[in-house]
Design a protein around this ligand. Structure first.
Ligand code: AMP
Length: 599
């Protein structure tokens, strides 16, 4: 029931007192966006005034925007790497942050094939927690009664590693799920999960998924929302159900947990909720046995009101399959965040994916923006710090690249995201996520850029030399029609000695050689998470890429400027390529990956 109108919010009537406070906080932040930003920058610069990094740029204790913008350069990860390496090696002096670095967060963005390392401080966990605490109050405005049931969320932790000096390095969500803030969160009737903490906190992805799915089935009638962080995670969970429903149903029938689940914590907590239920087992078998997965989410969890998954950006490719599984349930994209900084939330979560906008919360960090206009690019150099725009300066309709300054010590750091302003909530701009710069292929958390693909092709084609064969042209495609999705690479070959061309076996090995060359996030998704399937090479007939060019020119491309697209998705082009395929090849083995990283 809505609370007293005296504490009602312009966003809508809050569901409870706690929500009223959260909505009030959102209003305060967004009404005073520029002032909050000024204060945030002041706080960050005052806190970090004594750091080596800020001293290098001669801020001399200044905490105002003008001095900051005129002295501190705009940078990328590569510029920071020497500092980060020193922290990883054990230098505990205040390099980037005056507060001790509590751990490294490993981004899904990579540098030289390895996840980027983002140093963070303990206080940032509270800031992230604060943003999380705003999500349900907004959701409750649109979906009443979420306190009457549970959320089925598939949440996972990943393997951690340690720097030479003993600092932990792990993804931000692993850090969050392992934190006291998450593990000992107070009971909130609006935020009850079907998954016990132990099932989330198991690093073995099979055991974690199996036990979370089992609990989801047991509580099926109480489930009011289903989700994962990204759409790819929920698609993977449904695929898991397709592959494992028989074993899950047997456990439910007998009340005995599968012996493959060896994690003691999971066994103990699941044994408390798993009771023999032949009726539920029969139901699961009936729903799954005929291989019809249309509407499976609403058949198994009939009270689901929405899917809580991010389907913006690279995840938009999963909208059709989620619609198929759920009979077009709303898909709420609740927040926009990164390892570097959590940015903001979606204040109207029930809108269509194409209309999703995120409101950056100005208390999370200091945000600046580089106008993004490909016809008039802004040159950024280390020597003359550019005067970038503030949140308050942005215009509706324009695109910008996001630059952040954080409490952890990132200063004017380019995240790589391109955003477009769609409107305002109070004085805070609302952004559509346009894309991540330089990402060519992405199936799950992986982000493969053009250079990585190029060197993977070069490395793999070494195997063709013995056959006097070269790859003359190539392009790629992220195929998410298969589950898990996989990379498809089209190769056109030049065989100098056609009678002695590469064998099928060698072309299969080329697939693996490409995978071995791709970044560690790709390989981890392949090996540990099984969220990417084996890479496929499709060999096309000689002349195919010339036809591709003819096609592009017939559609208006300039013959002088034509470049082979290194990634394709437009249906007529795919049809053209696929109609010229002469052979297909897959990786027969998983590439090499270990949770131990190079520092
Ligand atoms: P990571 O560094 O691995 O934490 O990845 C963060 C990146 O994921 C962001 O910089 C975005 O490119 C992407 N991302 C995060 N949230 C969203 C969202 N809601 N919609 C689209 N992309 C997102």
């Amino acid at each position: 029931m809505a609370v007293d109108s005296a504490i009602s919010s312009p966003l809508g009537p809050p569901a409870c007192e706690k929500d009223a406070k959260a909505l009030h906080f959102i209003e305060e932040m967004t009404k005073n966006c520029d002032e909050v930003q000024e204060n945030v920058l002041h706080e960050i610069l005052a806190q970090n005034a004594g750091t080596e990094y800020l001293q290098k740029w001669h801020l001399n204790g200044a905490t105002d925007r003008e001095t900051f913008k005129s002295k501190v350069p705009v940078i990328t990860y590569e510029d920071l790497q020497p500092y980060i390496q020193r922290i990883a090696n054990g230098d505990r002096s205040p390099i980037l942050s005056s507060h001790p670095i509590s751990e490294f967060l490993t981004s899904s963005g990579t540098s030289a094939g390895e996840r980027k390392l983002m140093p963070t401080i303990a206080a940032e966990m509270d800031r992230r927690q604060k943003l999380y605490s705003l999500l349900m109050p907004v959701m409750n405005l649109y979906v009443p009664g979420l306190d009457k049931g549970k959320g089925l969320y598939f949440l996972f932790i990943k393997a951690e590693s340690k720097t030479p000096s003993g600092l932990v390095a792990r993804p931000v969500l692993t850090s969050y799920y392992k934190s006291q803030q998450f593990k000992t969160r107070p009971f909130d009737p609006y935020n009850v999960y079907t998954s016990p903490n132990e099932t989330i906190l198991c690093v073995d992805s099979f055991q974690s998924m199996y036990s979370q799915m089992l609990c989801g089935l047991i509580y099926r009638e109480e489930v009011l929302r289903c989700g994962a962080v990204f759409a790819s995670g929920l698609v993977r969970a449904i695929k898991f159900l397709q592959l494992n429903w028989q074993e899950l149903a047997l456990d439910i029938e007998t009340g005995k947990l599968n012996s493959k689940i060896t994690d003691a914590g999971i066994r103990e907590c699941v044994s408390k909720i798993l009771k023999p239920s032949p009726e539920l087992a029969r139901f699961v078998r009936e729903e799954c046995c005929d291989g019809n997965w249309e509407g499976i989410i609403t058949r198994i969890w009939p009270n689901t009101k929405y899917l809580d998954v991010i389907v913006t950006g690279a995840m938009a490719q999963y909208i059709p399959i989620l619609d198929y599984y759920s009979g077009n349930l709303p898909k709420t994209c609740t927040m926009y965040a990164s390892s570097e900084c959590y940015f903001g939330l979606n204040l109207t979560p029930m809108v269509k994916p194409s209309e999703v906008v995120y409101t950056i919360m100005p208390n999370m960090g200091y945000f600046e923006f580089i106008p993004h206009d490909p016809s008039n690019p802004v040159t950024i150099s280390m020597d003359t710090p550019p005067h970038l725009l503030d949140l308050a300066d942005l215009e509706v309709g324009k695109e910008y690249e996001l630059v952040i300054t954080t409490y952890s010590g990132l200063c004017r750091y380019r995240v790589g995201d391109i955003l477009q302003v769609k409107g305002f909530h109070n004085s805070a701009p609302q952004f559509k996520f346009i894309r991540r710069k330089n990402v060519l292929l992405s199936i799950d958390a992986d982000k493969t850029d053009e250079n990585e693909l190029q060197s993977a092709v070069e490395n793999a084609s070494e195997l063709l030399k013995q056959f006097n064969t070269t790859v003359v042209e190539y392009t790629s495609y992220g195929d998410t029609k298969t589950i898990p999705g996989h990379y498809v690479i089209y190769w056109e070959l030049l065989m100098k000695d056609p009678d002695n061309g590469p064998t099928d076996d060698v072309l299969d090995q080329c697939c693996l050689a490409m995978e071995e060359s791709l970044n560690s996030v790709y390989r981890q998704s392949r090996v540990a998470d099984n969220s990417i399937g084996p890479l496929e090479i499709r060999i096309v007939q000689t002349g195919t890429f010339e036809e591709l060019m003819d096609y592009a020119i017939s559609r208006g491309a300039s013959i002088n400027q034509y470049k082979v697209p290194r990634c394709v998705s437009f249906t007529p082009i795919m049809e053209l390529l696929d109609s010229r395929v002469v052979s297909v090849h897959f990786s027969r083995k998983a590439p090499h990956w270990t949770s131990e990283r190079r520092f």
